[in-house]
Design a protein around this ligand. Structure first.
Ligand SMILES: CC(=O)N[C@H]1[C@@H](OP(=O)(O)OP(=O)(O)OC[C@H]2O[C@@H](n3ccc(=O)[nH]c3=O)[C@H](O)[C@@H]2O)O[C@H](CO)[C@@H](O)[C@@H]1O
Ligand SMILES: C=C(OP(=O)(O)O)C(=O)O
Length: 422
């Protein structure tokens, strides 16, 4: 099994370009099955989840050409309506195929998706929304079969602003008869990106990024050219790693507006962060100041995906910080791994109390999920001595060429493969 090794204690310094967003590219690729004609999608990151999505698209009969970060998808010959279980299980985003395939073909058969084990992650809101649009849903032997001759526009009230349910229902509603209004929709930037892509193909989605999204049904979508937004979670991870190593970095291809809550907390911790139009500069000189409170929340609140990297950073703070995880009930698995590196963190239900220590020490640790893995990289970069991180496949789901990116900023980080090093 591969591991990531880090010789800690080197300041991150320099400039790096942030890749396109996984969580935007995945629903956009799922939406591409709705078009007659080729879409050219730019700045798609080279990640394991993307490779799984490409495998699903090909299985469904789409023509997909992968050329660096440019993907050409032509779904004119879409023939399949079923996503096999072994592909469904490999990532959470396989669920995004449900709305588009149902909308285009009138039928879809899937099983429950995989993805990070950070909580129970039900899909009840996706299913109830599709039922409201007129789909029949049968759940049998671990499979979900959705059928509908025609979907009909309606009012849908989401109990909570789920990102995935909002995306699935917007996509399904694009081909519904009449108008669909989605209330209490999620407002994440990735939803705006999906709506922009759909609209570029001829859809009529209004209000994405607000709590009320209105979708006027259309009959057909055409292919288009589209560039995915920069990854705000990768941006945040790089900023935190630079801050934890008391470094100085400039990130390019970023959208600072998407990171308001994170930049504000970084500033509160005492680092100099300045946002340009598509750049962010950060410089950190000493230990972080403690943060009185971080509460993860739906966008534009503090993103749950940056909770664990921020906690790794705060484990070095001057004083005790308090972090509450409000979105996923199982997203503190990094705590016991950070403890192996000398972090002092106590957890009470959904709140962690992080008593900052002057230094972390390298250790043998395991990534339990994608962002927990990112937190361990960050801790390893700042720690004294050598850290070895296992279960690297989690990290590869969300960070492209992770050791090259950090290496280009001066980190001593490499991948160890059984029988060799690279
Ligand atoms: C591929 C992708 O974009 N993943 C992101 C997406 O995940 P994902 O789309 O899975 O997250 P959701 O916004 O749906 O989940 C938010 C909360 O709603 C609950 N819920 C969700 C759906 C449902 O039918 N019923 C239900 O109860 C979940 O258990 C969770 O507690 O948004 C999360 C929240 O920002 C991020 O952490 C993930 O990185
Ligand atoms: C939780 C995440 O991903 P997924 O929803 O794909 O499991 C994430 O990107 O942090």
């Amino acid at each position: 099994m591969e591991r990531i090794a880090i010789e800690g204690g080197h300041r991150l310094q320099g400039s790096v370009r942030v890749h396109g967003a996984k969580n935007a590219a995945l629903p956009i690729l799922a939406a591409s099955v709705m078009a007659h004609g080729e879409s050219i999608i730019e700045d798609v990151p080279d990640l394991q989840d993307i490779r799984v999505m490409v495998a699903i698209l090909r299985h469904l009969g789409c023509n997909v050409h992968h050329d660096g970060s440019r993907l050409r998808v032509d779904a004119s010959g879409l023939s399949g309506t079923e996503v096999p279980e072994y592909l469904m299980r490999q990532m959470r985003s396989s669920i995004f195929l449900m709305g588009p395939i149902l909308a285009r073909s009138g039928q879809v058969r899937i099983s429950l998706p995989g993805g990070c084990t950070i909580g129970s992650r039900p899909i009840d809101l996706h299913l109830r929304g599709l039922q409201a649009l007129g789909a029949r849903i049968e759940e049998k032997h671990g499979y979900i079969l959705c059928t509908a001759n025609r979907l009909r526009g309606t009012n849908i009230y989401l109990d909570l602003p789920s990102v995935g349910a909002t995306e699935n229902l917007i996509m399904a509603a694009v081909f519904a008869d009449g108008v669909t209004t989605l209330h209490n929709a999620a407002r994440e930037p990735e939803i705006v990106d999906l709506a922009n892509y759909l609209n570029a193909m001829g859809a009529k989605v209004h209000g994405a990024g607000e709590a009320k999204v209105v979708i006027e049904g259309v009959h057909r979508l055409r292919g288009t050219n589209y560039t995915v937004i920069p990854d705000r979670i990768v941006t945040g991870t790089l900023l935190l790693a630079a801050a934890a190593t008391r470094g100085e970095v400039e990130l390019t291809n970023v959208q600072p507006d998407h990171l308001g809550a994170v930049i504000s907390k970084l500033q509160e911790s005492g680092v100099d962060v300045r946002a340009g139009q598509n750049t962010i500069y950060l410089r950190a000189d000493g230990r972080p100041q403690r943060i009185e409170r971080i509460n993860t929340a739906y966008y534009p609140g503090f993103p749950t995906d940056l909770q664990s990297p921020f906690m790794a950073y705060l484990s070095l703070a001057n004083g005790t910080s308090v972090v509450t995880e409000s979105i996923f009930e199982g997203r503190f698995q990094h705590v016991s791994e950070l403890a192996r590196m000398g972090a002092k963190i106590k957890v009470d239900m959904r709140t962690a109390f992080i008593e900052g220590v002057p230094e972390l020490t390298g250790a043998h640790v395991e990534a339990t999920d994608l962002r927990a893995g990112a937190a361990l990289i960050l801790a390893g970069l700042a720690a004294n001595g050598r850290t070895s991180i296992g279960n690297v496949h989690h990290i590869d789901r969300g960070y492209e060429k992770v050791e090259e990116v950090f290496g280009s900023l001066g980190a001593k980080i490499w991948r160890e493969r059984p029988g060799g090093i690279s």
